[in-house]
Write a protein that binds this ligand. Structure first.
Ligand code: CBF
Length: 799
């Protein structure tokens, strides 16, 4: 009997769903209706929904096995998945069945949904992008697996104490994770340290990688892919029974604790050598476990290594998984006994690399000493790759020693370090940036030498976001209106259909309903003053993103309100959201100053009904899904040439927020698509910003010549805002690394245009609708289609 076809289909009627919920409560949760807690109800609902997806997963796996396809493997240090329950209800078609079934257990859908904790497996843009790409890969029926680390603790929970960010552990899986399937029998062995002897590498420490997986369903299709996550476990022998028996309990487990620290926390603090070494260990742990798993999967249906690149593409999400390149060579040469040439050729046909940054400091390098101590064989392999690379450079550019020095995989000064981005470019067949401008800048600046050597290796794939999560789930009211306007909800699988909304921008009754939806979303957020612009800046805190510029504008508005009300403009609620890296003092000072300004503004009765600054703590996907639908104005104000792409800009535009922004990252493409009239552009562009930076830039000249700017900075310096923030003001006046003062006037004037535009609500609503209508390009489905056409070349397999 074919067991897969023998699976009992799970029912789709309310009665069948309720029956399954009840059985799961009894047989899997081990409790009863009488004693069930809300947590029992949540976990039971999750299992009931998961079972439906698992049945689809079984059919998907069978179809994949049958067709022995080309696989896309995505290697990423992080996945910012967001809450799972509502998405899985939607994707399994059970959204309407759940409330009644839960009611039968005595619980409301709302109280149960509130227990759905976001997995703490991601941090920011590249982690959220990874999650969107997995969603779209499944939606497009592409055989794919995401590989990552199953961190015990997520990035951190942000709280404010006296306005300062404090970091608390994010113990997200404290009560377990009902969406997770552990697979402890599939564990892998990972070595560290040791030496390279005549027989090859002899590791000095062994750690086990224990996998679990989460299901990644496609929308509107049967496919369910997986993301496989590795958790570090000590080898059983590491428990020292002798010491334990002698009462040395801490010493007895210290080896085990050290091993298990590898997957303890996402992005451990890297301000110490120990922290840096732990991060490097995490990176190798991820790639070593994942590559063995990829090889195991290849062998299920294939025998000849020559077929490996035809069956496998491995995408490196930024440089964190770059050690996969020397690791695959090591597996092929040392373990599979292939010749170096064949192994190198396989590697170069298998890997591709996505770069997500333009900040030189974000391009990872590791001390040669540390890498050689932790992974001695990998350092040898990196040296061998480097020899071949430099020979090629010398042959192409004879006598150009400077170029050789720049392109080398090893930086010599001031400390010998391995350049991971150079390794990633050298060991892959395609390298992509994440927005048009970013990809151009990569080939003209960051990777200019490599682009001169291998021009065909470089391409662009502009980021995208999931319309299911960020419109349909986040903004059900607006989604229903869009579906009504377009005559169907097909746009959820083909976002380009949004362009058909454009004519409705001219329809007064549609505009009035659109406005009503925006107002509902604001009311849901508790920011219900319909007359106020909701001005939103939600993103990680970094000086290049320039939250400090937004803050200077807020202070200017506050001062106008007090001194020159005629210039104030329109009522505004300014909302900030985001975390700063724990060791990034300058960003933390900006957070503290925002909270101080917020308190001062709130305490002044003159601001009532006119100006508010709100900063909810712990910005995450859950909060994003509430804020984005309500936003009127989207702040995308980074210094031009610094933001690789941005994806919050896309989510906000899709939900009808109008952008005020610089020509940076994907802002450029957003403006092109929504129309210059529906976008508030300000500031220096990339060449102008670069030229100013390269000149003798003196930020104080702006302070001297601009009265309003001077007043804003003086207010900070005088201690008007709780006596904090002087360091922020000094940094702007003395260095202004990111040209905040240079762009201040252009920004404030543009904000005055925003205020004038807001006064004409019909016109504003037209702009809002045209932003949504013009944003169809920014679907992650289109992004995946571009990856498929330009890099992955994998075909769909339908279960
Ligand atoms: O490509 C996704 C995002 O990645 C970042 O967040 C990153 O982590 N490097 C970039 O800063 C964003 O511009 C980009 O959208």
């Amino acid at each position: 009997m074919d067991l897969r076809n023998g699976l009992r289909p799970l029912g789709s009627t309310p009665a069948e769903f309720e029956q399954d919920l009840l059985s799961n409560l009894y047989y899997r949760r081990g409790t009863t209706v009488e004693s069930a807690s809300a947590q029992d109800a949540y976990e039971t609902l999750a299992l009931t929904v998961r079972d439906r997806l698992a049945a689809r997963r079984a059919r998907t796996a069978a179809a994949h096995y049958e067709s022995n396809p080309r696989w896309v493997y995505y290697l990423s240090a992080e996945y910012l998945l967001g809450p799972q329950l509502e998405q899985n209800l939607l994707y399994s078609g059970t959204t309407d069945l759940a409330p009644a079934a839960l009611e039968a257990l005595g619980f409301s859908a709302e109280e149960v949904a509130a227990l759905d904790v976001e997995p703490g497996l991601g941090n920011g843009g590249l982690g959220r992008l990874a999650a969107c790409l997995l969603d779209s890969l499944a939606t497009l029926d592409i055989p794919a697996v995401g590989y990552g680390i199953r961190y015990d603790l997520g990035i951190f929970k942000q709280q404010f104490e006296n306005g300062e960010q404090v970091e608390r552990p994010d113990d997200w899986a404290f009560q377990g994770d009902p969406w997770e399937f552990p697979a402890p029998d599939d564990w892998q062995t990972v070595g560290f340290y040791g030496f390279v002897g005549p027989e090859g590498w002899v590791p000095g420490e062994i750690v086990h990688g224990e996998p679990s997986h989460l299901l990644v369903p496609g929308y509107g299709t049967e496919t369910v892919n997986i993301v496989r996550l590795w958790r570090a476990r000590a080898a059983p022998a590491s428990f020292d029974l002798r010491r334990f028996s002698a009462g040395q309990y801490a010493e007895a487990v210290q080896e085990a604790v050290k091993a298990e620290n590898i997957s303890k926390v996402l992005y451990p603090d890297d301000s110490t050598d120990m922290g840096r070494e732990l991060r490097l260990k995490q990176q190798y742990f991820l790639v070593s476990c994942s590559l063995r798993d990829i090889v195991r999967r290849f062998r299920l249906r294939n025998a000849d290594w020559a077929d490996f690149p035809a069956k496998t593409v491995i995408q490196l999400n930024d440089t964190h998984p770059t050690l996969a390149i020397p690791e695959l060579i090591r597996l092929l040469v040392d373990e599979e006994k292939l010749e170096w040439e064949q192994a190198w050729s396989i590697v170069r046909q298998t890997f591709a690399y996505t770069c997500h940054t333009l900040l030189p400091e974000a391009l990872e390098t590791w001390p040669v000493e540390m890498l050689g101590r932790l992974l001695p064989r990998h350092l040898e392999i990196i040296y061998t790759i480097n020899e071949a690379l430099l020979a090629e450079v010398r042959a192409r550019f004879p006598g150009d020693l400077d170029r050789v020095r720049r392109m080398s995989l090893i930086q010599e000064e001031p400390q010998r370090r391995v350049r991971m981005a150079n390794l990633a470019v050298t060991g892959t067949f395609k390298v992509n940036g994440v927005a048009e401008l970013h990809s151009q800048l990569l080939t003209s600046t960051t990777f200019a030498d490599f682009a001169a050597l291998w021009p065909d290796r470089f391409t662009n794939v502009t980021n995208g976001v999931s319309p299911r999560r960020f419109v349909r789930l986040a903004n059900p009211g607006l989604s229903a209106l869009i579906s009504e306007g377009l005559g169907s909800d097909d746009w959820l699988r083909d976002l380009s259909l949004l362009s058909n909304l454009a004519p409705l921008a001219g329809d007064a009754s549609f505009r009035s309903r659109w406005r009503a939806e925006k107002r509902h979303a604001k009311a849901d957020l508790g920011l219900g003053d319909p007359g106020a612009v909701l001005d939103v800046m939600i993103k990680r805190f970094h000086e290049y993103k320039r939250q400090q510029l937004k803050l200077l504008h807020v202070i200017t508005l506050y001062q106008r309100l007090r001194n020159d009300p005629a210039r104030f403009g329109v009522p505004r609620t300014v909302l900030f959201g985001g975390k700063a890296a724990p060791a990034y003092d300058a960003a933390k000072s900006i957070i503290r100053l925002i909270n101080a300004v917020s308190a001062t503004v709130a305490a002044d009765p003159r601001t009532s009904g006119l100006l508010r600054v709100v900063f909810p703590a712990n910005y995450n996907v859950t909060l994003a899904e509430r804020i984005i639908p309500a936003a009127d104005l989207s702040e995308q104000i980074s210094m031009a040439g610094k933001e690789a792409s941005g994806t919050g800009n896309m989510k906000l535009a899709l939900n009808g927020a109008v952008t005020i922004g610089t020509l940076d990252g994907a802002n450029v493409e957003i403006r092109d698509r929504v129309g210059a009239d529906n976008f508030f552009l300000f500031g220096l562009d990339t060449p102008a910003a670069a030229a100013l930076r390269a000149s003798d830039y003196r930020p104080r000249t702006h302070y001297d010549s601009d009265e309003e700017l001077r007043a804003a900075l003086d207010a900070i310096l005088s201690g008007e805002f709780g006596g904090v923030g002087q360091d922020v003001a000094h940094s702007l006046l003395d260095r202004d690394e990111y040209l905040t003062l240079a762009d201040y006037r252009s920004y404030v004037d543009k904000q005055d245009e925003v205020a004038a535009a807001w006064q004409n609500q019909e016109q504003w609503t037209r702009m809002s609708i045209l932003n949504t209508a013009g944003s169809g390009f920014f679907s992650a489905d289109r992004t995946v289609a571009d990856y498929l056409a330009r890099i992955w070349r994998a075909e769909p397999v339908r279960p």
